[in-house]
Design a binder for this molecule. Structure first.
Ligand SMILES: [Fe+2]
Ligand SMILES: [Fe+2]
Length: 199
């Protein structure tokens, strides 16, 4: 039987610099993304697109909450530097959406989402390297949600004449992704170890 008087709940300390940094960065970058999508939603004319982008903004706020829970679990502090940096990035992009036309906000959102997918799978790999697998499903779901965002944004510009040009310069588009996930051939979380593996 547990002795409640002597038993204290101890938080596990993460001895993994790259993971700590990734958690801190993801937490702040989710805020930048949410701000950016608020501006993006306000800048599009279509009501359906506004609703879809607002939903994506909500997804990012949810991600931020989920990352914070993980950070609290392992005593990882919020980085003031990242918070300030991504606050400014988010606000600048948010305002920029109103002046750079229709194509670029969709394009760069999709490109960013494409890179974000692997952040969550990399977190999972880092946790697993320390023998921690209890967050596998959560991190899989978060990575997959970013993939859905990428696919949404790509769908909005896939027929644009600008896309081949941007794809060549910024290495993202119809034929180039920053992750190896195909939503049409989705692997369940317990068979998805090969996602975002560098080796
Ligand atoms: Fe996110
Ligand atoms: Fe996202």
């Amino acid at each position: 039987m547990l002795n409640v008087e002597t038993e204290t709940v101890k938080k596990v300390e993460l001895k993994h610099k790259a993971l700590i940094r990734l958690l801190q960065q993801a937490y702040s970058a989710e805020k930048a993304a949410a701000f950016a999508y608020r501006g993006h939603a306000a800048s599009v004319k279509s009501y359906i697109e506004k609703v879809a982008i607002r939903q994506i903004e909500n997804d990012e706020w949810n991600h931020r909450r989920e990352v914070l829970q993980l950070m609290r679990l392992y005593n990882v502090p919020v980085s003031r530097f990242f918070e300030l940096r991504f606050y400014m990035i988010g606000k600048v992009i948010s305002a920029g959406c109103h002046v750079i036309g229709r194509f670029m906000p969709f394009y760069f959102a999709g490109s960013l989402e494409s890179g974000n997918v692997c952040e969550y799978f990399r977190m999972r790999q880092y946790f697993n390297s320390m023998g921690i697998s209890e967050h596998d499903e959560l991190l899989y779901e978060m990575g997959m949600k970013e993939k859905e965002h990428e696919v949404y944004f790509l769908g909005k510009i896939k027929d644009s004449r600008l896309l081949p040009f941007f794809e060549r310069f910024f290495s993202w588009g119809k034929n180039t992704s920053k992750n190896n996930i195909d939503l049409d051939k989705k692997y369940p979380f317990d068979r998805s170890e090969h996602y975002c593996r560098k080796d």
